[in-house]
Design a protein around this ligand. Sequence first.
Ligand SMILES: O=C(O)C1=C[C@@H](OP(=O)(O)O)[C@@H](O)[C@H](O)C1
Ligand SMILES: C=C(OP(=O)(O)O)C(=O)O
Length: 431
Amino acid sequence: MSSVWTTPHHGTPVDAVVPLPGSKSLTARALVLAALAGGPSRVVRPLRARDTDLMAAGLRALGVRIDEDGDDWLVAPGALRGPAEVDAGLAGTVLRFLPPVAALATGPVRLDGDPRLGERPNAGLLAALRDLGVRVDDDGRGRAPFTVHGTGGVRGGAVTVDASESSQIVSGLLLAAARFDDGVDLALAGGVPSMPHVEMTVTALGEHGVDVVATERGWRVLPGPIAPRDRVVEPDLSNAAPFLAAALVTGGRVTVPDWPAVTTQPGAQLDRLLGAMGAEVERTPEGLRVTGTGGIAPLVADLGDVGELTPVLAALCALADGTSRLTGIGHLRGHETDRLQALDEVLTAVGARVEQLPDGLVVEPGPLRPALVDSYADHRMVHAAAVLGLAVDGVAVSGPEAVTKTLPDFRERWDRMLGTGVPGATAGAGS
Ligand SMILES: O=C(O)C1=C[C@@H](OP(=O)(O)O)[C@@H](O)[C@H](O)C1
Ligand SMILES: C=C(OP(=O)(O)O)C(=O)O
């Protein structure tokens, strides 16, 4: 049975500096590219959480050596081999980044994960792999579990890909493509959500010396070596969302240190989005500082590029001064849970009126009330509940352990930000 977390209600302005661990998305790319590189790489300050630990475990199962050196990971590529079993848990990154790597291995690689993983869309990836010459056995639905029959090499070449349900399908193919005989000339069959994450992949490839260019309909990766590279992982800006939102909800201020000046992380758009909701946002020498100014303005925005910010932004919408409309996020129905349905249920439970659109949500705030809500095994739904709980006394969430996916000590960090946890350890009073 899962536990229940009664989220802290907080009637006074927060004032805290909240350092955050590394980005899930950057850690995943760093691991995969290091594993495919021509020599060893060091990943400094990787995220250590369920998703990235599963990525490391999956690569190890394929023959890659990954050692811990203090907080760093040392990655030494080896001959990729099956037979192997990969547990992807609920990680979209493992589900979509490892099959193209498995295709380069010698032997069968079976990928499976949590029950919900089998509902996450992946047909576009498996179809593309088959078109590139890879044998994949699945249940006919293109979803986990499935087995990639690696033969030690992939032909590669031109391929048209349906990545309308996840950008990770594109990223997975591009990350491994330099190791395909003919590289890849990837044309999109339609749209792709989360474009900043594809840009993150393209940037990471370039940093590893891979020749990758944008084409009229997609991207071309030339075959060639992947250079090893030591890299420091930026803090996870998407996981900054609930903490920065706390400044808005309580009329306080929160600073996230080491906010990168330039980044491909979609969380960088929090400055624009929280600014549109009434926050004052400044870059200080210490980091990004968000200050609440009293009310919360409603948000009308296409979040297609920044889908993973939706749960926290939608929670803010339930506390706003008017009706919000969030669109461009139909693909969130295939995330850790159907996030549009889950947000509808949670925001309704605390008193908002919610309308589901095919590609989004309309959120009209109502009189707030306490509620016991579900996490739906989704880390970002726990973040959303925590944000609501600041303003609504008596918000409890069942299954809060879902936060292990990307920020295992979320609750401790939350308490410290509010000044109710162990002082000084990971967050303290702002200056
Ligand atoms: O490539 C990545 O690291 C990610 C891409 C996005 O996936 P979708 O395009 O499936 O939304 C994002 O939501 C996910 O959290 C991380
Ligand atoms: C969609 C997310 O995760 P995943 O990488 O599993 O797709 C997320 O973290 O919001």
